[in-house]
Design a protein around this ligand. Structure first.
Ligand code: SF4
Length: 323
């Protein structure tokens, strides 16, 4: 359908408007006031794929559960070399595009490249040093970042567009997010993923699909219309390959259905207080979910012995006579 979507967030219930960075304790050590969780676009994929993770993240944020009660240590939000490289490569790409960096929530209007704003958004030096650990030398790291930017720019949709970077959106009490790249006319929204793994069969992951839909909801909320197309741009962290996903089309009925579905999910889950069943899958692995060990220990019976066949097993050749 070549028309603007009819999905609206105008019925957004009044929220607390609080962000997820509220202090953990009140002044002078008094008990922290209850905090209400606002879904983040970057986490929504994991929360839709597994309700258990959604429940645990919310319960911990709101203080209904502690990591200690789960037997987990609070490692804080630690940067790793791959995430630091991602941050650096994102910024370098956005600057190379002369994208306008946005810092005010709800500002989706392009007014021109602003070098001071771009420089203010630069990653800290320690983050760059961390990213350099992935390479044989700082020069090799710089070259990789340069190659990543070149690949991304080569595969961007919408040639000749002007771009905005880090557009921040918020539906109070419901959803927040920062958008990597958005064209000034809202035609194309792009999320960049620096990764070591090619997307399977060239398809975006379901978690990433929902992240795009979340960003589109934020654009719709602030501008009155969603972006026309949304893409994930997967790029190799060594700058060797790039893959732009097939686009989601939010002017089509299929895209409008996704917007409605996600908004419904956000409304239903925003006050959830139940512990749903874990949904095991590839999304649990690696460093992706912090609960994977306790989740498996709690849900899957313990380890069993594996018996190897050292000698012929005495089983009758006639299966009807028993062993
Ligand atoms: S480990 Fe897997 S099943 Fe358990 S909470 Fe995390 S994503 Fe869900």
């Amino acid at each position: 359908m070549n028309d603007q979507t009819t999905v609206s967030t105008a019925t957004t219930p009044p929220g607390t408007g609080c962000s997820n960075t509220a202090p953990a304790s009140g002044p002078t050590g008094s008990p922290a006031p209850p905090r209400s969780y606002t879904e983040r676009s970057s986490a929504i994929g994991g929360h839709i794929v597994c309700g258990q993770r959604n429940f645990l993240d919310r319960a911990i944020f709101e203080g209904r559960l502690t990591l200690a009660q789960l037997g987990l240590v609070d490692a804080g939000r630690q940067d790793t070399p791959p995430t630091a490289l991602g941050t650096w490569a994102h910024w370098y790409t956005q600057c190379s595009l002369r994208a306008q960096f946005k810092s005010v929530t709800g500002d989706f209007t392009f007014t021109g490249f602003d070098e001071a704003a771009a420089k203010a958004a630069a990653p800290p030096a320690e983050s760059i040093r961390l990213a350099e650990q992935l390479f044989s030398s700082p020069a090799a790291a710089q070259q990789a970042v340069h190659n990543i930017a070149g690949l991304v720019i080569q595969r961007l949709p919408g040639k000749g567009h002007e771009w905005m970077a880090e557009c921040a959106g918020e539906i109070p009490g419901i959803l927040t997010g920062h958008i990597d790249l958005l064209t000034s006319d809202l035609e194309h929204l792009v999320d960049i993923k620096t990764t070591g793994q090619m997307p399977e069969n060239g398809k975006m992951k379901p978690e990433h699909l929902w992240q795009l839909v979340a960003y589109a909801l934020l654009v719709l909320h602030h501008t009155g219309k969603p972006p026309h197309y949304a893409h994930i741009l997967y790029v190799d962290r060594h700058g060797d390959w790039v893959c732009r996903s097939k686009a989601l089309d939010f002017y089509d009925v299929s895209g409008q259905a996704l917007l409605r579905e996600l908004y419904h999910w956000l409304e239903v889950t925003k006050n959830n207080a139940y512990a749903p069943t874990p949904v095991f899958g590839p999304h649990c692995d690696g460093a992706w979910c912090p609960y994977r060990q306790i989740c498996r220990d709690a849900s899957v019976p313990g380890a069993a012995a594996v018996v190897r066949r050292h000698e012929p097993v005495a089983v009758s050749s006639n299966p009807f006579t028993g062993p």
